[in-house]
Design a protein around this ligand. Structure first.
Ligand code: PEP
Ligand code: MG
Length: 329
């Protein structure tokens, strides 16, 4: 017997109490975006722009970048598309921007930090995004990776505004950003939590090392506590505690791999995250599992996971309360 394959219809996952949680897609370019649109994603929560830069000796021209960005924007007319500025360095080295000789690349001049010395690359990228927005008649949200401080946030938001970006946000990937999110979110329009890097930096465990996989687990209670702190900071900064999705004054999403794990997605929503961005393949299962809980249930499960003494115990406790997970296999 072949089971009916699950599908996602779009319009946000609907919790049992009617709360809607937009489910967005992580994409790396136009082809991915077309696939995500086909899968009914409610928009793009993370557009990784590195594809346009990788394997190049020189920076691509503004026109070339604009063309590539417009291709993604055109797949989601009228929908939310979050463009992440260049995340070079560490696992994504670029010969014209990052220093291959750095002793600790993951802790080095990577991502947003590369703009401290070479400002023009980020300025040009923001110009290209503005050009793409005009070409596609779209208003993308734009965020920077590896933001650590209020100064970083102020600097990036000012640069984005200068380029004409309407919504300028930050990725929360460092414990410092999570713990000071009330200050950062007073300045940024939104945050997106990159749980892949947030886990790496919280657990002090290189995400590229398979031998450290058990530490690089977003179920680690310390990581979940930082997700909760980020969402709480956003509320202090002026968000409506009851608002979800793009209606929230200061939206906080998750775009790391954690968002595509259905049981963990419930926990993230319970921690106050109001949109989830994932690989399109995960959309149906995440929507299905979310439909079995109310917001109050999700908050209770989040408490179980954050208060658990270990990642394994938290995961077990949450999954035990979600019988649908077993049914989905
Ligand atoms: C993350 O760190 O969780 C993230 C989404 O960004 P990347 O995996 O591209 O570093
Ligand atoms: Mg990251």
């Amino acid at each position: 017997l072949v089971k009916n394959p699950l599908t996602y219809e779009g319009g946000g996952a609907e919790l049992s109490d009617g709360t809607r949680v937009p489910l967005l897609a992580n994409v790396g370019g136009e082809k991915d975006a077309a696939f995500a649109a086909e899968a009914n994603a409610d928009g793009v929560g993370l557009f990784r722009t590195e594809f346009c830069f990788l394997d190049r000796d020189e920076e691509p021209s503004i026109d070339e970048q604009a063309e590539a960005y417009a291709g993604v924007l055109r797949e989601f007319p009228g929908k939310k598309v979050v463009i992440r500025t260049l995340d070079a360095g560490a696992d994504k080295p670029l010969p014209f921007l990052t220093d291959a000789e750095e002793p600790n690349p993951a802790l080095g001049v990577r991502a947003y930090r590369t703009s401290w010395e070479k400002r023009s690359v980020l300025e040009n990228q923001l110009k290209a995004i503005a050009q793409a927005s005009a070409m596609a008649d779209a208003e993308p949200w734009v965020m920077a990776p590896m933001i650590s401080t209020l100064e970083d946030t102020e600097d990036f938001v000012a640069m984005a505004q200068e380029a004409g970006v309407k919504r300028a946000g930050i990725m929360v990937e460092t414990p410092s950003a999570a713990l000071t999110s009330d200050h950062l979110m007073a300045v940024a329009d939104f945050a997106s939590i990159g749980t892949n890097d947030l886990t790496q930096y919280t657990m002090a465990a290189d995400r590229m090392l398979g031998s450290l996989a058990k530490l690089n687990d977003p179920w680690q209670p310390a990581v979940l506590a930082l997700v909760g702190a980020t969402a709480a900071g956003a509320r202090v900064a002026g968000g409506d505690p009851e608002a979800f999705g793009d209606g929230a004054n200061k939206p906080v999403g998750v775009c790391g791999e954690a968002a595509g794990d259905p049981a963990l997605a419930v926990v993230l929503v319970g921690l106050g995250v109001n949109s989830l961005s994932m690989t399109p393949r995960s959309l149906p299962a995440v929507a299905k599992v979310l439909s079995t809980v109310s917001l109050a249930d999700a908050r209770e499960l989040a408490r179980l996971a954050v208060c658990a003494p270990t990642a394994a115990e938290g995961k077990r406790a949450v999954r035990a309360k979600l019988p649908i997970i077993e049914e989905l296999g």
